[in-house]
Design a binder for this molecule. Structure first.
Ligand SMILES: [Fe+2]
Length: 403
């Protein structure tokens, strides 16, 4: 969408974003059922990227919030002060229902705007977004024009200011541009999008975990080292055994580059990570793996391909009740167009595939059942273009396939 689009307009008022001055680093907040206003103090900084200098970027963590409570919060100064709200998640527990939205490769095109609107209008009402990477596509603009990181943030504010988006780093977050002297990977992304990685003993913001309601979410980085002995590999090996399915029955993994992808785009890019980690996912009975990158939609059967060693030649995906369902949902809107060229015939492991823009909902009912649905942008808000009931791999590991 052009820079003058309404969804990109900065709010009015003195020193409103993009700010010329640091402004206030205080957030005032209060719960719906209380008149007591509290304050939290954040950090503020700027960063440079080639000839671009960012506005003053504020990050503020509010601690010791009550579960399942609506909070209002105020940011900014005087007449440019702005009020938002969010609701904290319910306490973690095995049968706590919770609804996640799923989006990937969103970008800031007209299609992106329709995707976000469809997510907001979906009657299933997602309470947090699992975002599988590729946010702004600023790097597709001349010199990675970081103004496009600003506009993207303003575009998604209408959702992201009110509910958490759980971030995964995609290739468009790398912003590695040695030709203009920008050699620190993920510089704009890490300055703008903070994740609570230290809470899960991670040493970098690209891989981490979050517990929410009855779900345990593991975020991985397709673009950080993941081979044997690397920090991400060590972390994941220690992380998976920590998942207590009696507390959080649903084990969800996010990554950007898909392992099972039958489109002729980014074909087999996820293969080396699959070889490293797929045996662990099967051993630990991951329920669902979400990725993006391919600008289309695809859902796999429950399959694994872990029998191969360099001698035996057993290298076909097979049905596996302990394996996750793999979903590619890089169909947010991007800037490069849809991936509409598929390998033919459709491989047996691929249950459903379609090159349309959209988003999905993962609606956890209890420890055994979750309703999954994919929603196309060109359908009505409530239409499920693809759907399935997920049976939890730990508590109810029966075959869900229809045949
Ligand atoms: Fe990507």
């Amino acid at each position: 969408m052009p820079l003058h689009s309404d969804v990109f307009q900065a709010p009015s008022g003195y020193n409103a974003p993009q700010q010329d001055e640091p402004g206030s680093n205080t957030v005032v907040y209060w719960s719906e059922n209380s008149q007591v206003k509290k304050k939290a103090t954040g950090n503020v900084y700027t960063y440079k990227f080639y000839t671009y200098t960012s506005g003053f970027i504020h990050h503020c963590t509010i601690r010791n919030l009550e579960y399942d409570t609506k909070y209002y919060y105020l940011v900014g100064d005087r007449n440019s002060m702005r009020k938002f709200w969010f609701t904290t998640p319910p306490q973690v527990g095995p049968d706590v229902p919770y609804t996640f939205g799923i989006m990937g490769d969103l970008g800031q095109t007209y299609a992106s705007n329709i995707t976000l609107t469809h997510y907001e209008k979906n009657p299933e009402e997602g309470r947090a977004v699992l975002f599988v990477g590729d946010l702004s596509y600023a790097d597709n603009h001349p010199n990675h024009d970081n103004v496009r990181w600003d506009t993207w943030a303003r575009f998604v504010e209408r959702s992201a200011a009110y509910q958490p988006w759980i971030w995964t780093a995609g290739n468009h977050e790398i912003d590695f541009a040695p030709e203009i002297g920008e050699t620190k990977p993920f510089k704009p992304y890490t300055h703008r999008y903070h994740v609570p990685y230290r809470a899960s003993q991670s040493t970098a913001p690209f891989w981490y975990s979050i517990k929410r309601a009855s779900a345990y979410i593991i975020v991985l980085s397709s673009y950080s080292a993941y081979g044997k002995y690397t920090p991400q590999n060590q972390w994941l090996e220690q992380e998976l055994p920590k998942v207590n399915r009696s507390e959080t029955p649903w084990l969800i993994v996010l990554m950007h580059s898909p392992w099972y992808n039958s489109y002729n785009y980014h074909y087999m890019e996820g293969e080396t990570m699959r070889v490293m980690y797929e045996p662990w996912f099967v051993e630990h009975k991951v329920d669902i793996v979400l990725s993006g990158h391919v600008h289309a939609y695809e859902r796999s059967e429950r399959i694994s391909n872990i029998a191969y060693n360099i001698m035996n030649g057993i290298c076909r995906p097979v049905k596996d009740p302990s394996a996750p369902v793999y979903i590619t949902i890089g169909d947010g809107g991007n800037i490069e167009g849809l991936a509409n060229n598929m390998t033919e015939p459709q491989p047996e492991y691929s249950a459903y595939r379609e090159a349309s823009f959209g988003h999905a909902i993962f609606d956890i009912k209890n420890r055994t059942h979750a309703r999954y649905s994919w929603h196309r942008n060109h359908d009505g808000y409530a239409v499920e273009a693809d759907s399935m009931w997920f049976f939890n791999r730990f508590w109810h590991p029966v075959d869900e396939s229809s045949q």
